[in-house]
Design a protein around this ligand. Structure first.
Ligand SMILES: [Mn+2]
Length: 322
């Protein structure tokens, strides 16, 4: 049987995301990009390894998020826009390509990702980014806010708070850095899904004192998804646009084993999609990122497929803007 011919190639045998046309810079609608950046690695409670490290692999300290964008792109051909332009069943069979200019701007460093986000923001577009570790939203939100300053609501799906005060360029402190730089207000942040014991007292203290809304998975379970959506919708009435950041470790690892910091019994993909849909039905989406996916721990590409599906949902969200 003949191999499937790729419509748009990023490099080698790697297609562009959803086989969108490859371009430089940002689109006025949807700019897809990869940020294959992995920074500081947590060796154990007392050891941080600098960016670029490859410490001995262990279950506690995994790496490989810098391999994620291309692995997700490979799986994303299932959602190829070349297939009739991308007719979305979940959007009443709307053709995505008819309504949105969707481009893949390729892979970027933190600095060039910030430039792409700035350009996209200036053009009034949305960035949909594949990390990388969870530092990736830092340059993206900076860039978007430079291009189009707005009061931004931040909806984070994560098992962790990432509210450490330091070091500032770390995937455990990115929200504090963005707050300190004035890009986002603590009261406009909602963190959905924390669970497990990789938490720190000073992060919880900071959240409580500054009005960051932390909804643990237990609270979400007890209240139910409709109640979670209701509260989120009310909170987003206060902002002009929403940025969604999805740390893949919020997902139950049975759906996606390829997580840097896995933790059992997480949210289901459809619960996340339901909450995402509610968020973007309230206010326009400004940007989306998916982080901490480590394809070397994937099984049969099911994690990569799920990651691509979440990115597709972010593209769907852009339909609400037009
Ligand atoms: Mn996390």
């Amino acid at each position: 049987m003949a191999e499937r011919r790729l419509a748009h190639i990023l490099h080698g045998d790697i297609p562009t995301l959803f086989e969108a046309p490859l371009t430089e810079g940002g689109s006025s609608d949807v700019t897809l990009l990869g940020v294959p950046y992995e920074g500081i690695l947590v060796g154990d409670r007392h050891t941080l390894y600098p960016p670029g490290s490859r410490p001995p692999e262990s279950f506690y300290a995994r790496f490989g998020a810098d391999e994620a964008p291309d692995a997700i792109r490979r799986a994303s051909v299932i959602y190829s826009l070349e297939h009739e332009g991308g007719i979305a069943a979940e959007l009443d069979f709307t053709c995505l390509s008819d309504n949105l200019q969707i481009v893949d701007a390729g892979n970027h460093t933190l600095d060039s990702a910030q430039a792409v986000a700035r350009q996209t923001g200036q053009a009034g577009g949305v960035t949909v980014a594949l990390g990388g570790d969870h530092l990736v939203p830092l340059p993206l939100i900076r860039g978007l806010q430079q291009g189009q300053p707005r009061r931004l609501g931040l909806v984070v799906f994560d098992s962790h708070l990432d509210l450490h005060p330091s070091p500032p360029q770390w995937a455990g402190s990115q929200w504090r850095t963005l707050i300190d730089e004035g890009h986002i207000r603590p009261v406009d942040i909602s963190i959905i899904g924390p669970r497990g014991v990789r938490q720190s007292p000073h992060e919880i203290e900071y959240a409580r004192q500054n009005g960051v809304r932390v909804m643990t998975l237990r609270e979400a379970d007890e209240r139910g998804i409709p109640s979670v959506c209701k509260e989120l919708g009310d909170r987003l009435k206060e902002v002009e646009a929403v940025y969604i950041s999805l740390d893949i470790d919020v997902v139950d690892p049975s759906f996606c084993p390829a997580q840097k910091y896995p933790d059992a019994a997480g949210l289901t993909p459809r619960e996340i999609l339901t909450i995402m849909r509610k968020a973007v039905s309230e206010v326009p989406i400004a940007g989306f990122d998916l982080c901490c996916f480590s394809p070397r721990y994937d099984e049969g590409q099911r994690g990569a497929l799920l990651a691509a599906r979440f990115a597709l949902e972010a593209v769907y969200a852009c339909q609400h803007r037009s």
